[in-house]
Ligand binder design. Structure first.
Ligand code: FAD
Length: 460
């Protein structure tokens, strides 16, 4: 396969060569690289289409039955799709979005029928949530080759050939790779343009309004109790606006990022999760804007901690369980599993933010209302659940649910990186305490020494 895309980004299947009868290259967007530029999967799809002398068709479907499907997640994705309609139309590239209403009574899905008509299917490689199963599912159903391209990380997942246990261990490896990977990603233009007939009606276009999106979403059987975020808007334009704001207002004070009242972090995590902006573009822009010491810290979060989480999830099939927690921490949590808990809360009490800790309740409210939670508060939020549940396994299950249901950046490798950290992953032993053993403790009470807790609570 001739391509400028780094071969380590390419996760090919075992299918033989392209479908000789195919009419186009199908780029199947799976909702983790919803952007028109800086997208290695798109670059690869267009290059292949040009080589084969056919057009490229971009297709994205959204089902109502994926875990935690809600008005919030659907709204973000539909907003991003409207931007894609506009962005691709300007370049004469056909993009089609299929809003699946849930009726699968007859015939192959639009994806399967389009894939069968394609010479080649290109999609995104994503190491967790529904994407691995979806990829396997399509490969089982069609003979057309399906190539998945790693479009989420700066340094391809396959560049690293083992699972790293700490940030300290992975940091030098990622830094060595930086000069090669911290470069703009080129986007070629298609050399063949022809409109492809679609096997479904499109419900969206570049002029769809927020009212249109809300009306469509209201008809679906999804979780309507989780409302669209009032602070985070989906789409490529919103992502670039947020990046602009961050490099001018937040980045110069990024070293103060542990104070949640300052709003100096990028708040790009939902955009990085859905891929409405690429990590290479974010880092290049931030590097250019500087200052160098603030950028170095940002790089440590957005490259080292983020890609450490991707590395964990890619290599560790048990990343949704305590199986991904280091042996020493598992032993400690187990040894203290019978320690008395001063407070015990069930899912309903946690979800509605009705614990005895005001700061925790405010953190939960932040997730419920806005779909966002500041990193420092999120660490306190996660650690506390461990103290209030019967077992570490139950705490993990509850945190996964609360995070994925409400957070727009949830269902991501970084979700597991963050949650597993609460249980001792990437960390070392500290002083022994009840329930946690030597797993690091963080005190909601002591947070008052770190930032203005009443101001934070008032601000939610
Ligand atoms: C219990 C718990 C759950 C978490 N769940 C998620 C989640 O579902 N999705 C998610 O993206 N992050 C999660 N994190 C990590 C972190 O809280 C968020 O990435 C961060 O708060 C996002 O805010 P920001 O974009 O302003 O970050 P910035 O400080 O601006 O950082 C830039 C980017 O770097 C990455 N990043 C920053 N901190 C971390 C980190 N500690 N680990 C991994 N990547 C990081 C994110 O992609 C982030 O957008 C979780 C952390 C904890 C403790």
């Amino acid at each position: 396969m001739e391509t400028t895309t780094d071969s380590l980004r390419i996760h090919a299947g075992t299918e033989p060569g392209p479908n000789p009868n195919g009419e186009f290259v199908l780029y199947w967007m799976q909702g983790v690289a919803m952007r028109t530029t800086g997208n290695p999967a798109l670059t690869f799809a267009i290059e292949q289409a040009n080589l084969m002398g056919v057009p490229v068709l971009l297709y994205q479907g959204l089902r109502p039955d994926y875990p935690w499907a809600s008005d919030r997640i659907h709204t973000f994705i539909l907003q991003a799709a409207v931007d894609l309609y506009q962005g691709f139309a300007r370049r004469g590239i056909q993009y089609a979005f299929y809003l699946d209403g849930g009726d699968h009574s007859s015939g192959p899905s639009p994806l399967v029928s389009l894939a069968r008509r394609a010479k080649l299917v290109v999609t995104e490689f994503f190491p967790t949530f529904i994407q691995p199963r979806q990829l396997r599912g399509l490969r089982e159903r069609v003979e057309t080759p399906v190539v998945a391209v790693d479009a989420s990380t700066l340094v391809p997942l396959r560049y690293l050939d083992l699972e790293y246990a700490t940030a300290r261990a992975i940091r030098p490896v990622l830094h060595r790779a930086l000069p090669h990977y911290l470069v703009p990603i080129s986007t070629p233009e298609p050399s063949h343009r022809r409109r492809i007939e679609l096997p479904f009606d499109e419900h969206l276009n570049g002029s769809s309004t927020s009212g249109d999106l809300a009306a469509l979403i209201a008809t679906l059987d999804i979780d309507h109790a989780v409302a669209p975020s009032p602070t985070v808007v989906g789409g490529e334009r919103a992502a670039w606006d947020r990046l602009d704001r961050f490099v001018t207002k937040g980045l110069p004070r990024y070293l103060e990022r542990n104070d949640p009242n300052l709003d100096v972090t990028s708040r790009l995590s939902p955009h990085l999760h859905f891929g409405t902006i690429g990590i290479a573009d974010v880092l290049l822009r931030a590097q250019q804007a500087g200052p160098a010491d603030q950028f170095a810290k940002f790089l440590d979060e957005a490259l080292v901690w983020r890609e450490l989480a991707f590395n964990t999830v890619y290599f560790n099939r048990r990343h949704r369980s305590l199986g991904a927690v280091p042996e020493w921490a598992r032993r400690e949590l187990e040894a203290h599993s019978d320690d008395p808990r001063a407070s015990r809360y069930d899912l309903a009490t946690l979800e509605s933010g009705r614990t005895h800790e005001e700061l925790w309740n405010a953190a939960q409210q932040s997730l419920v209302k806005y779909g966002e939670l500041h990193n420092y508060v999120r660490m306190l939020w996660g650690k506390s659940v461990l103290l209030w549940t019967a077992s570490a396994a139950e705490a993990l299950r509850l945190l996964e649910h609360l995070n994925h249901r409400y957070a727009l950046d949830g269902r991501d490798p970084c979700s597991y990186g963050g949650i597993l950290w609460c249980f001792g992953r990437y960390d070392r032993p500290f002083y022994r305490r009840p329930i946690l053993g030597t797993v690091r403790y963080m005190s909601l009470k002591a947070a008052r020494d770190k930032f203005d807790v009443p101001a934070y609570i008032r601000g939610i």
